[in-house]
Design a protein around this ligand. Structure first.
Ligand SMILES: NC(=O)c1ccc[n+]([C@@H]2O[C@H](COP(=O)([O-])OP(=O)(O)OC[C@H]3O[C@@H](n4cnc5c(N)ncnc54)[C@H](O)[C@@H]3O)[C@@H](O)[C@H]2O)c1
Length: 245
């Protein structure tokens, strides 16, 4: 899910390159078509599905379409991260963030685990360092949603490992994607707080640079491969050393 740009697209690229057939899901039809076109060199089957994962009805229609043959790998990556002051967050806003970032992952995991009980399946949830060490202001709603995604990962790993599911989370740090570029650009001129956060981020970061989407995708690729056959319930931080600094 969320395969149209950024980290999701990079994961799709790595998997297609390795010969995997893909079912790509995103709310943005145009970016899905672009990804499909870009991956056509790999001669794998690629289905694209325009789905707003915040809408349960759309997710359910997608899942019905698989007709009991859910893909054996699920990547829960779709996200929104709109900034909003904590005191201004209302129920509708919070619901939207949770529906996209968390409830979609919950529903997809439920369905995939059900369909692949004792057959084997791999789930990769995508968390965030913001869930563990919030750096930027006005993202409490996002941090909460990602903390819950991590909790979902560890709970399902414990409960379903014996039923054939391997469930792990990647926890990215600052990674240069369409989403982060947009966030950096928009209010930059007006928002000194954001400039300060950017500087603090750079100063703390041992590698001194943002990650690239493919640096997350390579870890995802490890997690879908047999190389990680005993990795269950792991939170794999890919943050250039940010949390450890
Ligand atoms: N980029 C970073 O610095 C960073 C840091 C920590 C964690 N992450 C996590 O990595 C993942 C990917 O982040 P990114 O930066 O590549 O994001 P992005 O904003 O660049 O891309 C997100 C994708 O999700 C899709 N999407 C958004 N709403 C959707 C909806 N309702 N239904 C279906 N698809 C929807 C978008 O169309 C887009 O293709 C996210 O889970 C994010 O929390 C990213």
């Amino acid at each position: 899910m969320g395969a149209g740009v950024g980290i999701g697209k990079a994961i799709a690229y790595r998997c297609a390159e390795a010969g995997a057939d893909l079912e790509l899901v995103d709310v943005n039809q145009k970016s899905l078509e672009t990804v499909k076109e870009e991956l056509s060199e790999f001669k794998v089957d690629i289905g694209i599905h325009k789905v707003d994962v915040s809408k349960k009805g759309e997710i359910d229609a997608l899942l019905r379409g698989f007709d009991g043959n859910a893909p054996c790998v699920l990547v829960n990556n779709a996200v929104i991260y709109p900034s909003k002051k904590f005191l201004e967050v209302d129920q509708a806003f919070l619901k939207k963030v949770f529906d996209v970032n968390l409830n979609s992952a919950f529903r997809m995991c439920q369905n995939m685990i059900e369909q692949r009980l004792n057959k084997g399946g791999i789930v990769i949830d995508v968390g965030s360092i913001e869930a563990l060490l919030p750096l930027k202001n006005d993202l409490a709603h996002y941090s909460m949603s990602k903390a819950a995604v991590i909790a979902l990962t560890t709970a399902l790993a414990k409960e379903y490992a014996r039923h054939g599911s391997r469930v792990n989370a990647i926890v990215p740090g600052g990674t240069l994607t369409q989403g982060t570029k947009k966030m950096m650009k928009e209010p930059y001129k007006l928002n000194l707080g954001l400039v300060k956060t950017g500087l603090q981020f750079q100063m703390r970061l041992p590698v001194g640079r943002f990650g690239q989407p493919d640096e997350i995708a390579r870890v995802a690729f490890f997690l879908v491969s047999e190389l990680s056959s005993c990795v269950h319930g792991a939170l794999i931080v890919v943050d250039g050393g940010f949390l450890s600094a």
